[in-house]
Design a protein around this ligand. Structure first.
Ligand code: AMP
Length: 188
């Protein structure tokens, strides 16, 4: 099974992706995490990624191909959950082409964790007190929400039109959301 999980910043997509990967034995591919690892490596590419992440802006398309898609999909023969990608329409179109080119299966379902922007902001401001992410401050969170609305909402429509979108209420607790996702995947 090949899945994508999308949602506004703070929607809990990373947490749910990990749980779903464990439950179904899928490879968890988190673009945000792979990009943060590149930042930690201290490379020149990492320095540029770090600057964009700190501002809440999207990292260039070519970087996503180099740092996320190419390395991760070499290990993804037995199913994956792609967390946080595609973030814009051209990434979604490229991903379709890329999976065909690499003779990997196409995407089965796209899970969209829906939460209101107010909840995003509250959750991320709370997370800022416990985790040390340079992009969890009010100004950057607002920028990330704006980027989500402008760039990623069309991606959600793209998968809705393909008939593979599962919309999940992302506001309850972790276990309730997980149960909802698992039920919807087994009905699908
Ligand atoms: P996340 O951990 O998914 O919230 O991502 C953190 C940051 O990494 C984002 O705000 C972007 O700067 C960058 N990022 C993650 N995934 C992508 C992507 N697919 N395309 C462009 N930028 C991304």
């Amino acid at each position: 099974m090949n899945l994508i999980i999308l949602g506004a910043p703070g929607s809990g997509k990373g947490t749910q992706a990990k749980l779903i990967a464990e439950k179904f034995g899928l490879l968890h591919i988190s673009s945000g995490e792979l990009l943060r690892q590149e930042v930690e490596s201290g490379s020149e590419k990492g320095r540029l990624i770090g600057e964009l992440q700190k501002k809440g802006e999207l990292v260039p398309f070519e970087t996503i191909i180099d740092v996320v898609l190419e390395p991760a999909f070499q290990k993804a023969k037995d199913g994956f959950i792609l967390d946080g990608t595609p973030r814009e329409i051209r990434q979604a179109e490229y991903l379709d082409w890329f999976l065909k080119e690499k003779k990997l299966h196409q995407i089965d379902k796209v899970i969209y964790l829906a939460i209101p922007p107010k909840v995003s902001l509250e959750r991320l401001l709370r997370r800022a007190q416990t985790e040390d992410r340079p992009d969890d401050n009010r100004e950057t969170i607002l920028e990330r929400l704006d980027v989500f609305e402008k760039e990623t909402t069309p991606v959600i429509d793209f998968y809705h039109q393909k008939g593979i979108l599962i919309e999940i209420d992302g506001t309850p607790d972790i276990q309730t959301i997980l149960k909802d996702i698992v039920n919807r995947l087994s009905l699908a």
